[in-house]
Design a protein around this ligand. Structure first.
Ligand code: CA2
Length: 148
């Protein structure tokens, strides 16, 4: 039984590995997608991997997940620190949510220390780099109720 899950990536993450490797590492988003697909298989999940630079597109994807997916891994990127609307969407869909950040946002500038998403997430993983996505999927698999 494979459970479809959404892995949702916010603005500028399409630039991973191409800019600022000293902050975000040299792994590209395509490489993270491949890691996620392999990890998902190990946990009986099937990944729908998306990235958008647009808040409304991310919110639409969350709404779609209500009927299409059984859980969400989200790296909201810059919208972590600004978007009440994305937080409201994640709260409204009532799916398990794991928030992930490549960097340790608490070790960075003060404006990155607050996340609008964390209060509606079941778990938060930050500072583990690309491995954080694998940890997030492993944990999400445990949060998805098994069909009887
Ligand atoms: O550490 C993370 O995963 C972040 O969500 C990344 C966001 C940042 O705004 C959050 O505070 C923490 C930034 C994503 C932008 O990624 C870039 C990658 C390469 C070059 C420039 C930006």
């Amino acid at each position: 039984m494979t459970n479809p899950v959404l892995v949702l990536n916010g603005p500028n993450l399409n630039l991973l590995g191409l800019r600022e490797p000293e902050v975000y590492g040299s792994t590209t988003l395509a490489e993270i997608e491949a890691l996620c697909r392999a990890t998902a298989t190990d946990h009986g999940l099937r990944v729908d991997f998306r990235q958008s630079n647009h808040e409304g597109v991310l919110i639409d994807a969350v709404h779609e997940a209500r009927t299409a997916h059984r859980g969400i891994v989200v790296n909201p990127a810059g919208y972590t620190h600004t978007s009440v609307a994305l937080r409201d969407a994640l709260a409204a869909v009532a799916l398990p949510v794991v928030e992930v950040h490549l960097s340790n946002i608490h070790r960075r500038e003060p404006f990155r220390h607050h996340s609008y998403v964390s209060a509606v997430a079941d778990a938060v993983i930050c500072g583990a780099g690309a491995h954080g996505y694998q940890l997030a999927l492993a944990h999400l698999a445990r949060l998805i109720p098994q069909d009887r």
